[in-house]
Design a protein around this ligand. Structure first.
Ligand SMILES: Clc1cnc2c(Nc3ccc(N4CCOCC4)cc3)nc(-c3cccnc3)cn12
Length: 272
């Protein structure tokens, strides 16, 4: 498409308001001058990327996300760079960050959660057909479209399956599958675990293995020590218990998630 062949530069865009702050730079609303097409422009500082040793990860993120086409995956249209910065031309998500919505409402209804989980299962199943594992499915990486549809946004940790992580993990352990924490060989099923962690957090308002300290969180994850509050319906409980299984081979596959009674009772089967 027009974004991918052309080499872009900053003066092809009118820069609008900042949408938010990221680790390595900010995201701005922007409009391509000729077509007036509205995008999100993610500006990353090269020196910060180098200091964190994530240039290779960024190249992989660009390579992976630019080839994915799915209504529940944020489009990466292209990128360009200048002396000190790298710019990613991304699809604008008018609904903003899903985790802000979760913070505001505390937790989501079973109806809304089932809709998000259905979209995520479709998007992740699409990724796995492309042999891409996301590995970092958490609320901070999810954005919302104009009709409140979910968009997976950050492929910074995604890899081509199977992979054993080389980059040390940083940030919260809450969303990581046991085999990832152990640094073992891992496949697509880490994203099935991640789907379970998200489903729990959407329904309950906090991640399932949250604890005061990292060691305690680590132990709870390794034991898959799951306790589900009474307000969660029996059918939702059943799906959670099939997603958050320690043994990667015994986790429910995505196509069975989409056919689970809890999804069927809450969701019109339109994937996005
Ligand atoms: Cl990439 C990308 C594409 N679209 C967005 C986006 N969109 C967006 C829309 C609307 C509102 N507002 C809606 C009214 O209330 C105020 C917030 C914010 C962000 N935000 C971020 C982002 C990144 C980091 C921190 N915070 C937000 C990254 N994005």
């Amino acid at each position: 498409n027009r974004f991918s062949e052309k080499t872009w530069s900053l003066n092809d865009f009118d820069i609008g308001k900042p949408l938010g702050r990221g680790k390595f730079g900010n995201v701005y609303l922007a409009r391509e001058k000729k077509t007036e097409f509205v995008v999100a422009l993610k500006v990353l500082f090269k020196n910060q990327l180098a200091a964190a040793g994530v240039e290779y990860q960024l190249r992989r993120e660009i390579e992976i996300q630019s080839h994915l086409r799915h209504p529940n995956i944020l489009r990466l249209f292209g990128y360009f760079y200048d002396k000190s910065r790298v710019y990613l031309i991304l699809e604008y998500a008018p609904g903003g960050e899903l985790y802000k919505l979760l913070q505001k409402s505390g937790r989501f209804s079973e109806e809304q959660t089932a809709q998000y989980i259905c979209s995520l299962a479709h998007a992740l199943s699409y990724c796995h057909h492309k042999h891409v594992i996301h590995r970092d499915i958490k609320p901070e990486n999810l954005l919302l479209g104009a009709k409140n549809e979910l968009k997976i946004a950050d492929f910074g940790w995604s890899v081509y399956a199977p992979d054993s992580r080389r980059q040390t993990l940083c940030g919260t352990l809450d969303y990581l599958a046991p085999e990832m924490i152990e640094g073992q060989q891992h496949g697509e099923s880490v994203d099935i675990w991640g789907l379970g962690v998200l489903m729990y957090e959407f329904l309950v308002g906090r991640p399932p293995f949250e604890a005061a300290g990292q060691h305690e969180t680590y132990n709870r994850i390794m034991k898959a020590d799951l306790s589900i509050p009474a307000h969660v319906s029996d059918t939702a409980r059943d799906l959670l218990q099939q997603l958050l299984v320690k043994d990667p081979k015994r986790r429910i596959p995505f196509h069975q998630v989409l056919a689970h009674p809890w999804i069927l009772e809450h969701v019109r089967q339109i994937p996005h």
